[in-house]
Design a protein around this ligand. Structure first.
Ligand SMILES: *Cc1c(COP(=O)(O)O)cnc(C)c1O
Length: 376
């Protein structure tokens, strides 16, 4: 039934395959018995296998068991869920927080919950797919503004007659590695009386000493700012959170279908996120190392003459010019023992190699990639 369509995808070089590793998620991973330096992981601080986190998860499993058995609104949550929410509020300086099962579940649950027929959503064109899907599920109209184009955003907002306006942006863009102008979006939202919805998936644990974009830009969390972030990237764990005013959190708890109608996260996962938060809060060297590695690699790639497409963070895209070139470069690197995957449409408009560098990469790993890119 789908064979014809699959063949077309293959001919267009757009057929995707799974890449299941044969070991834990590390800077070096095994595929089919061979070792590769891994530049594809979002485990920015190298916490995915940290003993403190594993120990936290094991202790929680011993006490609370494994299966949560129900939605959080029934009996699916344990007291650890509440503790993690309190710690997130403290970390973010907000009134209240709410755990979600994943970043995808947060965006597809929270965005429809916060909007109605009288709402307009203003969404950056490079926002993550889960934001796009959240907008699609909402009753609101969505207007897409050109990537980080504030004049375009303002023009759309001026023309819009809706009662409620929500501006939605990734704070670190997941495929380009640039940072949203959150300070200017803050001013615009204040002026228009709009809500500002920040997706901090790649900012949490990475910018603003790990606290995200508001800390990065030296801004306070206001009641009209809604922050969403994940435990699945720099935290090396799994799940997500919403953080903001008590009013927004309570409303969301009553209306986000991905929260109400889905089983809670297991307590051991919650305990892992809590342990990661402690590590990030108490070990500033982790984030320092991440940024040292990022500067080393970005400088090395730029010196050879590659275009890193405006990257400002540990997400470093490398411009390749075409889907064919992207696949060829990715295959060449793979042959050299480096895993740096090709990112193609529809994930992005323009194909690229996306390199993610982490605090766990060694100088040797970084030099190996630069050397291979030089020869390619
Ligand atoms: C990864 C990501 C998500 C989804 O988070 P998961 O926890 O993986 O579901 C949402 N938004 C952005 C910007 C992301 O990069």
């Amino acid at each position: 039934m789908y064979a014809g369509q699959l063949k077309i995808l293959e001919e267009q070089n757009l057929l995707r395959r799974l890449n299941d590793r044969e070991c834990s998620q590390e800077p070096r991973i095994m595929f089919e018995g061979k070792e590769y330096v891994n530049f594809s992981s979002n485990d920015y601080l190298g916490l995915a296998n940290h003993p403190f986190i594993i120990d936290g998860a094991k202790k929680a499993m011993d006490k609370y068991g494994f299966g949560p058995g129900a939605s959080r609104l029934l009996s699916g949550g344990s007291i650890l869920h509440k503790h993690l929410e309190d710690r997130i509020s403290q970390f973010k300086g907000t009134e209240s927080s709410l755990v979600f099962n994943s970043g995808y579940a947060a965006n597809t649950g929270v965005i429809p919950a916060l909007s109605d027929e009288d709402t307009t959503l203003f969404s950056d064109e490079f926002n993550h797919a889960s934001i796009i899907d959240g907008c699609r599920l909402s009753a609101a109209e969505t207007l897409v503004y050109r990537h980080k184009d504030l004049e375009h955003l303002k023009a759309l907002m001026e023309r819009d007659g809706s009662k409620k306006k929500i501006v939605i942006t990734d704070t670190v863009f997941s495929m380009d590695g640039d940072i949203a102008p959150v300070n200017k979006l803050y001013d615009i939202c204040k002026k228009f009386g709009a809500l500002l919805y920040l997706d901090e998936a790649h900012a949490t644990g990475v910018i603003g000493n790990g606290k995200g974009a508001l800390a990065h830009f030296d801004l306070n969390p206001e009641p009209w700012i809604v922050q969403m972030g994940t435990f699945s990237k720099a935290f090396g764990s799994y799940g997500a959170f919403l953080s903001g005013s008590s009013e927004v959190v309570q409303w969301t708890l009553n209306n986000a279908r991905s929260l109400v109608f889905s089983t809670a996260l297991p307590s051991c996962v919650i305990a892992a996120s809590m342990a990661a938060l402690e590590l990030i809060d108490n070990t500033p060297e982790l984030i320092e190392k991440l940024w040292m590695n990022r500067e080393k690699l970005a400088a090395g790639i730029e010196i050879i003459g590659y275009d890193i497409m405006g990257s400002e963070t540990p997400i470093i895209p490398v411009r390749t010019g075409s889907i064919e070139n992207t696949l060829r470069l990715s295959a060449y690197l793979f042959e050299k023992g480096i895993f740096a995957p090709a990112i193609r449409p529809p994930t992005v408009k323009e194909a690229r190699i996306r390199i993610n560098v982490t605090a766990a990469h060694t100088d040797e790993d970084i030099e190996r990639l630069i050397e291979a890119l030089k020869r390619a």
